[in-house]
Design a protein around this ligand. Structure first.
Ligand code: F6P
Length: 586
């Protein structure tokens, strides 16, 4: 073997020498604007920056060999979650520096303000109290003279009462049939949370209730869902915080007509049919009653619950119907456990702070643009999509709290697919591509389903062996020498080198229970908060989605008639609209 040939080949990386800095520019790629202000001008940030410079010149192989106790010190435990951060490109000292930055940015004060109910969502002048949704009944939280806990539990009790009646068959459809199907109509936070949880906890369905979720204004969504349903056995939950969302109202109107057309014998029975087959979850009682749903069939929540933080509110009604009130309360308890941890754990043991700050580290000092979330559980297939709204609608901002332009990069781009499917799709890029993509691997010791192959191997064990293998290979790779030792033809050596030094966090839990799922959700919610605070942005508004909505309304007449407002449309859009009309035969 001609090792010189390989040595002189600049494309041959080696795990021992490849540094994250060789994947990305040395200077933070996301640094916006010339002047460093805010957090980036603090001594804590400078200390972190110095640390990051030396980290870019080391490798995970070296970090592991330098510190045999590394794994012991770089793990976190919260609730049932065991979180191993040792395969991140950090030392214990980096974690300290990350925590110093969090503290300097005011994460602790702002966290306390959030839990207290201060109006930290300044652009909407609202409190941010999704954590109050999971407070135990025994804890009091008074905000503006109102006992929030009492209100929360009053709604939870009504939900439980209703869920018990539906699940037991006491509440029936208009023709006396048992309700066996629930269709949640909602979008964004009024869909992604319950849809994700419903799938994740499908093995807790114990009352013969099947759940469906319709969100898209594309009629294909509703049509394909209704195709196999029996209206007499179907309950619709119209879930919308504002009850003003076009997609939801359009789908709800069609669903209402579908039920009336089949079940209402004359106009007089319409009201009663709607009462037997429609309930709503909203903060806007007036709009819901205008729609024709009786006040008795409305489950309320509050403006201090952001849509993407609302799965623990009445927005989770479809989940409660499916898994029952007891399991739903376990789910809330899991969230509360992480809330408590976030509130009380010392900085360096505080999982949301450490994980959120790792995202800050990679964003600013390693040029990472994205974070892959890779659940090794098919039941968590919708978790990455859920996190996309949670994290990207929250932290996709470029203006700070005082209205000035941010001086740092913000919101990580979240994406992912369940393992092992992702391995056969995009893992090639994770292992050998030129981009650094920090990954969160989420796995469970106990399966929700297991089968054994011909050789008697447990399929869950096979799944999890892939889970453990991937984080190992990402971190440590395989160098040219090791590949040559396998008698690999020299020409193939550079292609087979696995650079390693690619960071991952492993989150391992005993099983995917309601409680564990609640813990996972709150773990990510609070990371968003930590990052938003460090970046000095407001994670709780979403002004960026409004213009597209109004623009769509304004364009609608141009799709149908091509008439008014055409002059306000740019040339490209105007041309596309003309083609659309032509192909639509207009
Ligand atoms: O368009 C974004 C958004 O406002 C999300 O923040 C929200 O979760 C979703 O729309 C649905 O809103 P609503 O629950 O009011 O229908």
């Amino acid at each position: 073997m001609n090792s010189d040939a390989v040595k002189s080949n600049p494309t041959t990386p080696d795990p021992g020498t490849l540094k994250p800095g060789t994947l990305k520019p040395e200077t933070p790629r996301n640094s916006h604007g010339p002047a460093a202000t805010g957090i980036t001008s603090t001594p804590e940030w400078r200390a972190l920056s110095d640390d990051a410079t030396s980290l870019r010149n080391t490798s995970l192989r070296k970090l592991f060999s330098d510190d045999p106790h590394r794994t012991g010190t770089l793990t976190l435990d919260v609730g049932d979650l065991h979180i191993d951060v040792s395969k991140n490109i950090v030392t214990a000292s980096t974690i300290r520096k990350l925590c110093d930055v969090a503290q300097a940015a005011g994460v602790l004060e702002r966290r306390d303000a959030m839990f207290r109910g201060d109006r930290i969502n300044t652009t909407e002048d609202r409190s941010v109290l999704h954590t109050a949704l999971r407070l135990p009944r025994s804890e009091t939280l008074i905000v503006d003279g109102v006992d929030i806990t009492e209100e929360v539990h009053a709604v939870l009790d009504r939900m439980a009462d209703f869920a018990d009646k539906v699940r037991s068959g006491q509440f029936r459809g208009a023709t006396g049939e048992r309700i066996t199907t629930v269709v949640n109509i909602g979008i964004g936070g009024s869909d992604l949370g319950p849809a994700m949880v419903s799938q994740a906890l499908r093995h807790y369905s114990d009352a013969g209730i099947d759940s469906h979720f319709v969100s898209n204004i594309d009629p294909a969504d509703l049509v394909s869902t209704l195709a196999n349903l029996d209206p007499a056995r179907t309950l619709f939950i119209i879930a919308s915080k504002t009850f003003g969302t076009l997609e939801t109202l359009s789908n709800a109107e069609v669903a209402r007509q579908w039920v009336i057309d089949t079940l209402a014998t004359d106009p007089e029975t319409q009201k009663s049919v709607v009462a037997h087959h429609f309930v709503a979850v909203s903060t806007n009682i007036e709009r819901v009653t205008d729609f024709g749903i009786d006040e008795a069939n409305i489950f309320g929540f509050w403006d201090w619950v952001g849509g993407r933080y609302s799965v623990g509110s009445a927005i989770g009604l479809s989940v409660m119907l499916q898994i029952g009130p007891v399991h739903f309360r376990e789910f809330l308890h899991g969230m509360h456990q992480v809330d408590h941890h976030f509130r009380t754990a010392p900085l360096e043991a505080n999982a949301p702070i450490v994980l959120g700050m790792l995202g800050v580290l990679y964003t600013h000092f390693f040029g990472a643009e994205t974070r892959a979330v890779l659940p090794y559980s098919n039941d968590l297939a919708r978790f990455p999509a859920y996190l996309q709204q949670l994290t990207m609608e929250s932290n996709g901002k470029s203006v700070t709290l005082d209205g000035s332009a941010v001086q740092t990069g913000t919101g990580e781009i979240y994406w992912g697919e369940p393992g092992t499917n992702g391995q056969h799709a995009f893992f090639q890029l994770l292992h050998q591509g030129t981009r650094l993509v920090p990954c969160d691997f989420i796995g469970f010791a106990k399966p929700t389903a297991d089968l054994h192959n011909d050789a008697g191997a447990s399929m869950h064990d096979l799944l999890m062996s892939n889970f453990f293998a991937q984080t190992h290979v990402l971190a440590f790779g395989k160098n040219a020498e090791e590949i040559r030792a396998e008698d690999t033809p020299e020409s193939l050596v550079p292609h087979k080198v696995m650079p390693g030094n690619r960071p991952s966090t492993t989150i391992l839990a005993p099983a995917l229970t309601p409680q564990v799922l609640g813990q996972l959700i709150a773990l990510y919610e609070h990371q968003v908060f930590v990052q938003g605070t460090v970046w000095s942005i407001n994670p709780f508004d979403q002004w960026g989605v409004e213009l597209g909505k109004t623009q769509a309304q304004a364009l609608l007449p141009l799709l149908t008639s091509g008439a008014p407002g055409a002059s306000t449309v740019d040339g490209s859009t105007s041309d596309l609209l003309a083609r659309y009309r032509k192909w639509r035969g207009r």
